[in-house]
Design a protein around this ligand. Structure first.
Ligand SMILES: Cc1cc2nc3c(=O)[nH]c(=O)nc-3n(C[C@H](O)[C@H](O)[C@H](O)COP(=O)(O)OP(=O)(O)OC[C@H]3O[C@@H](n4cnc5c(N)ncnc54)[C@H](O)[C@@H]3O)c2cc1C
Length: 511
């Protein structure tokens, strides 16, 4: 590796994964520059103005940022604190039915029929055991199928982890992995609202419905990160600021408001990046947190890749279907106060979710979507920086290609939220919508998908996002991937960034 480069590594993207990757590289004494097209750090959770408030662009809750990464980066020392580390949920169904639950706690959801209440502890404990296997896998760099002794040992460790479940659990793990969350919940519980609420945990952020294959995997992934929904003090943007501060303390440099036009390749290996103003910044390695297709086809260029890989990158499934709707409120008085500190989900039942997904399969915004609603300024009064309150809703299923997707998502949300909290919309003074197409335009993430690429068994672990890229390396030497498109996927966990850094460091070279 040449010593004339200005940096050892340039990381494309100051989202969570880009910053986590940059931190670990800097901790291994690399000189690191992070470049982002946006003016602020945080990627899909970067700050944007809305009325008299600052809100995250898209991501509104922490569903499981890696504790290990948070400890390594000493994020508490860099200002990260929690307004709530487990916002309990209330699910709403038809005819005003309600259910209270949290996936992160042993408490039995309530109210439940006696038979379901009796079955809950065993179900939750078994799912938590299965989720611990997934958690173990999520923290690993996927081994090769035909690798060396280290790969063989990694496969053995995974097999042993599975075997430690015991024969009965192992059989059940393999059985339910092959079906879907609809069938698993249907054979376990009677209560329609409980099944709807649990199914939302499996499908939120995914282009899936309860009957879709892979929905058990996504449910376990949700539980693998603890199952809580948390809110940093100051909001999700505060997490980005803490990451930036930790990086800066390790000497990472940032260039914001500057897009990377292309990755410069010389003599068949990375030599740096060309910025949008034409400046070339040299480095030995370039690690991209943009999705794999964008990195491969737009930043590296198809001419440097074989045609088989180009075809596979074009076929990565990742059409976003989750939108965000923000409501600026002049007041929250008169609303049911206890509900405003909870995570409110309109799930209906599993059939409601299935029908909503069907609409999106045919390009339509569902009129009865899945909605997750929270009130950040009530849960965390420090976020109320002006006279207004904020309600944020994730609205699913909103296909990327739908006409007038933002207006239709807002209309659909209005109907559903009106049933959960009558009178809320009378307090709304302004709205803001972010559709999958907006996510694509603002972040450059092809498809605007929550996970940059759908999570499914054929795009998971050593197959994510496509088999030949699963170990975070692009085929051009010195080019790498560290974003949510990589194992173990998106949501703000920091794990793809951490795993990618381990690979860059293991590849040798500097210092
Ligand atoms: C509507 C919506 C709501 C969501 N809500 C949540 C939530 O509540 N909780 C949660 O955990 N997850 C949520 N997610 C998912 C989460 O936001 C993503 O999984 C996560 O942001 C991925 O992090 P990342 O660092 O890999 O990539 P990103 O956050 O997408 O960051 C990539 C960065 O790369 C930059 N970039 C790309 N190309 C270039 C280039 N050529 N030059 C320079 N910079 C470039 C972009 O500007 C961006 O800042 C949501 C997603 C969506 C779409």
């Amino acid at each position: 590796m040449s010593t004339k480069h200005r940096y050892d590594a340039i990381v494309v993207g100051a989202g969570h994964n880009g910053m986590v990757c940059a931190y670990y590289l800097a901790r291994a004494r690399r000189r690191v520059l992070v470049v982002d097209a946006a003016d602020a750090v945080g990627g899909a959770a970067r700050p944007v103005g809305f009325g008299d408030l600052t809100v995250p662009f898209a991501a509104h809750l922490d569903y499981g940022f890696s504790r290990r990464v948070a400890d390594d980066m000493e994020l508490a020392r860099h200002g990260l604190a929690w307004a709530s580390n487990d916002i309990a949920g209330t699910a709403f169904g038809e005819n005003g039915a309600r259910l209270e639950w949290s996936l992160a706690r042993d408490d039995t959801p309530s109210p439940l029929p006696a038979r379901d209440a009796g079955r809950w502890p065993a179900f939750r404990q078994r799912m938590a055991r299965f989720a611990s296997v997934i958690e173990d896998i999520a923290g690993r760099v996927p081994p090769c199928l035909r690798g060396d002794g280290a790969d063989a040992r990694a496969w053995l460790a995974i097999a042993w982890r599975l075997r430690r479940l015991g024969a009965e659990d192992m059989r059940e793990f393999l059985r339910i992995g092959a079906i879907n969350i609809f069938d698993v919940l249907e054979e376990t519980f009677d209560d329609r609202l409980l099944k709807g609420a649990l199914a939302t945990e499996a499908v939120l952020g995914h282009g899936l419905a309860p009957r879709s294959p892979n929905s058990v995997l996504t449910f376990l992934m949700r539980m693998a990160s603890g199952g809580a929904a948390a809110l940093p003090r100051g909001g999700m943007t505060a997490l980005g600021e803490a990451l930036r501060s930790a990086c800066a303390a390790r000497g990472v440099e940032f260039r914001l408001g500057t897009a990377v036009k292309r990755i410069v390749i010389e003599n068949d290996r990375a030599a740096g990046v060309e910025l949008d103003d034409g400046e070339i910044v040299s480095s030995s390695d370039v690690v991209s947190s943009a999705d794999a297709r964008t990195t491969g086809l737009d930043l590296i260029g198809a001419a440097h890749l074989d045609t088989g890989l180009v075809r596979r990158l074009c076929n990565v499934r990742g059409n976003g279907c989750t939108a965000r709707v923000d409501l600026l409120l002049d007041d929250v008085g008169g609303l049911e106060r206890d509900l405003l500190v909870r995570r409110l989900l309109y799930a209906g039942d599993m059939d409601t979710l299935e029908r909503a997904f069907n609409d999106s399969k045919y390009g339509n915004v569902s009129s009865e979507p899945l909605v997750e609603l929270v009130f950040p300024t009530v849960i965390d009064p420090a976020q109320k920086t002006g006279r207004h309150h904020l309600a944020t809703a994730l609205v699913q299923y909103v296909p990327r290609t739908a006409d007038d997707a933002g207006e239709r998502a807002l209309d659909a949300a209005r109907g559903v939220i009106g049933r959960m909290l009558p009178g809320l919309f009378e307090r709304v003074v302004d709205t803001r919508t972010v559709t999958p197409a907006d996510v694509e335009n603002a972040t450059g993430i092809h498809g605007g998908h929550w996970h940059h690429a759908e999570i499914a068994l054929d795009q998971f672990f050593m197959l994510r996002p496509v088999p030949s890229l699963a170990r975070y390396a692009m085929p051009v030497a010195g080019t790498w991937l560290c974003g949510a498109a990589m194992h173990p996927g998106g949501g703000i966990s920091g794990l793809p960034g951490r795993n990618a850094a381990a690979q860059v460091i293991a590849s040798g070279g500097r210092p």
